[in-house]
Design a protein around this ligand. Sequence first.
Ligand code: PMV
Length: 362
Amino acid sequence: MQDYKNPKLILESSALEPGKFTWQSPSNLAIIKYWGKHGRQLPQNPSISFTLNSAVTQTQIEYKQREEAGHGVSLEFFFHGEPKPEFGEKQKKFLESILDIFPFLNQMDLTIRSGNSFPHSSGIASSASSMSALALCLCSIEDKLFGTLSDDEAFDRKASYVARLGSGSACRSVYGTMALWGKFGEVEGSDDTVAIPMEDHVHPLFKTFHDDILIVSKSEKSVSSRAGHGLMEQNPFAAPRYQQANQRLHELLPALRQGDLETFGRITENEALSLHALMMTSNPSYILMQPNTLEMINRLRAFREDTGHPVYFSLDAGPNLHVLYPEDAIHAIRPFIEEELVPLCEEDAWLPDWVGEGPEEL
Ligand code: PMV
């Protein structure tokens, strides 16, 4: 495990040339879920995800010589062009928590401008895309000022490490197609502190997979992911759950390699329901699915049974349904989605998405 604390990343000269960097980074959907953590954002079990294409955050960091020394990081924050103090405060706290990794941040006045491709109040989680975009910008600044991350692999690795500290699942968004986070004996190089790219371990079928997001509710969820992870510490099913995740990953990896859709679909759906079962068996217990989430699941399973088409669902920590299917099934699946599922969405809202190539510097 690598540790990125580095007190040497301090600017010696007082004349800092102002600069800015912009990254666009996607959200991701976990197939094997991360739920439960320990230490400084370390996962209790390995997880693997699809990197999405259309659900993205764009973040720009502008920096210049700090004018007045002061306590803490000097930050102005804009979300979709407007000051957004509650988001800004969160980002400032996060930046202050990683001053051991990027001590030069204290020597600058920073302006962050950020925005999502999806509406903030769409019920789509933005922490993975926003934290990975932020981490990538920070690594670009480090590389520009110190020349320490010119190796692409080292750059991505550090970005993944830093993104993880912001939001665990964000570390996987640094890589396109699929990424694995967490030590897993069967995958060389896997690690609890960073994600690793899995593109070379998956069948071409999965590289163009669809992941349409059906918005059952636009409301903010009643229990945050942070609180949910915390409740796992007392959950009586925690230990068998971590074992189950490892066992499922063991079964999933060959299915991903071989393009075995049936195994993929079975594990994907079981994982989604296991995640929500953990919420229901927490103390206090809570339910994030809505009646229409269940209605969509029932319709999707009936459609699959009737037609034999390879269409599966997943859920994040919320009520919205992710509908997963291979590219060559789109002509059969899209009409089903539009006719049978979209009417169950809040204001008919849904976001067609698919597996993407990962972040991009703009
Ligand atoms: O990254 P966090 O702390 O918001 O946790 C995300 C957890 C899930 O999205 C439910 C699962 C996962 O592995 O992404």
